[in-house]
Design a protein around this ligand. Structure first.
Ligand code: BES
Ligand code: MN
Ligand code: MN
Length: 459
């Protein structure tokens, strides 16, 4: 029997156990941004360590960091063979607003052939596919190379401790390639491999006017209102072509050549469905670029939240003292997040109108990434998808960010292959996050083929 028949057989014999085990992980509310979940972070790390050991690792451990712990595991079959390192993250985004969930976020359940829970896709469900694919290879003695696991707990907060962690553990993390499932595919019937991620600069701004909230009748019209001023400042950050107005913002943008843009245009991306899913009747972005290009190869600026003044019930007639906003910029390869932070801060201060003071604070950031399509691991992934989906996978650049991927390249000198099996409709970071069982099993089926072809490519 060939490997594909073997793996599909193994999946159908063990599918309920796989789900039960994944549910155990999904029940742990490992929200990295909240200190009240510190113990849950440890429980989730422990759970993954045990899963990796049970699946067949020789060794697994929890390594403390300055922030949340990392789970490391390995099976070294033959030191002369290549090393594939699997990366994933066990932390999740907060589940709020809870009232919008149809079933509680940390009580996973299956409805309509989908797993519903925070982390079902991002990234517990996706990382678990690797644990189960590894289990299959270990149990059937078909792991053709060495494997390492590095599962972090800080991805959703920008991986603040990971640069130091990677430097201190560079020897342990040494590998030939990194394999990651933490991205999405274009559609269920369009197998695709993510070849790019965007970087990120994320800041919070505070605009201060008078030293206290004032009576809006006695002062309105005579004193600068920080909420009005912040709104004007934000509005001026993009122009009529939806280009960012910060001086120097586009200086380092790596322009993508016509050939790759043409290839992107040929990708079977369904713009109408994209609009329908999010219920908007028009897409808006930088003039001269398609929606896929606007998220894949162009930088962008968004306000993530804005607040200030009175937002309680009814009306209160005040001229507020302060206004705030959280502003993020998605960056493309070759833009540097620290340079962009500096440009933003300088620009934001320069546009402050008279009568208000501005302070800014960098929250987190990370760099973009491009994955070469002529890499042996890319070719291996391509063959694996071809086998399990029965058609050619399409390379495409995603608009999302995974900050550690560029760190791996910088510190470990290793490229990452982004074999994501998520869908647009999985609602990651939103209420009712879900992951279709079909995608979960398809991932487990495709991953062992990657190993087979990768080792073949490396011979
Ligand atoms: N898994 C996502 C990133 C992603 C999702 C990339 C889908 C491509 C397709 C990751 O967990 C994530 O949410 N990243 C954050 C990074 C930030 C918190 C530093 C993001 O992109 O907002
Ligand atoms: Mn993720
Ligand atoms: Mn995420």
């Amino acid at each position: 029997m060939d490997i594909m028949e073997n793996i599909t057989g193994y999946i159908s014999e063990n599918k309920t156990r796989f789900i039960d085990e994944l549910f155990g992980l999904l029940r742990i509310p490992s929200v990295s941004s909240k200190t009240e979940h510190k113990n849950d972070m440890h429980s989730a790390a422990e759970y993954i360590k045990n899963s990796i050991l049970h699946a067949g690792a020789d060794h697994a451990e929890i390594i403390p960091t300055d922030g949340h712990p990392v789970v490391y595991g390995e099976k070294i079959t033959d030191p002369s063979l290549p090393v594939v390192m699997v990366y994933g993250h066990y932390d999740v985004q907060p589940a709020e607003p809870l009232e919008l969930w149809k079933s509680p976020p940390f009580e996973p359940e299956i409805r309509d052939d989908k797993i519903w829970a925070r982390g079902a896709d991002d990234d517990k469900g996706q990382l678990f596919m690797h644990v189960k694919a590894f289990e299959y290879m270990a149990k059937t003695d078909s792991l053709p190379c060495n494997i390492k696991f590095m599962i972090e707990g800080e991805e959703e907060i920008g991986s603040p401790s990971m640069e130091k962690f990677c430097r201190e553990n560079a020897g342990k993390l040494k590998c030939d390639v990194i394999l990651v499932s933490d991205t999405s595919m274009i559609a269920r019937d369009v197998p695709s491999i993510t070849t790019g991620l965007r970087g990120l600069s994320y800041l919070e701004v505070e605009v201060t006017g008078p030293n206290r909230d004032l009576h809006s009748g006695l002062y309105g019209g005579a004193v600068a209102n920080p909420v009005n001023m912040l709104a004007k400042m934000i509005a001026s950050l993009t122009d009529e072509n939806n280009r960012v107005t910060i001086k120097g913002f586009y200086d380092d943008v790596a322009e993508v050549d016509r050939e790759e843009r043409d290839a992107m245009a040929r990708a079977p991306f369904d713009e109408d469905l994209y609009k329908k899913e999010i219920d908007v009747d028009e897409l808006v972005g930088e003039t001269g670029y398609s929606a896929m290009e606007r998220t894949g190869i162009r930088p962008s600026l968004d306000v993530n939240g804005i607040w200030g003044g009175y937002t309680g019930e009814g009306a209160k007639t005040i001229l507020p003292s302060k206004a705030y906003a959280k502003i993020s910029m998605r960056l493309v390869p070759n833009q540097d997040s620290k340079t962009i932070d500096d440009l933003f801060i300088k620009h934001f201060n320069s546009i402050a109108p008279p009568g208000v003071k501005v302070t800014t604070r960098v929250l987190h950031g990370g760099e973009g990434y491009v994955s070469p399509v002529d890499h042996p691991a890319y070719r291996a992934a391509h063959k694996a998808y071809h086998d399990t989906f029965g058609k050619e996978p399409v390379p495409f650049r995603s608009g999302g960010s995974i900050p550690i991927i560029s760190l791996f390249e910088k510190i470990l000198g290793a490229k990452s292959i982004l074999m994501g099996f998520g869908l647009e409709s999985d609602a990651i970071h939103s209420p009712n996050e879900n992951y279709p069982l079909w995608n979960f099993y398809k991932g487990i089926e495709t991953i062992p083929l990657f190993y087979k072809y990768y080792v073949g490519e490396m011979k």
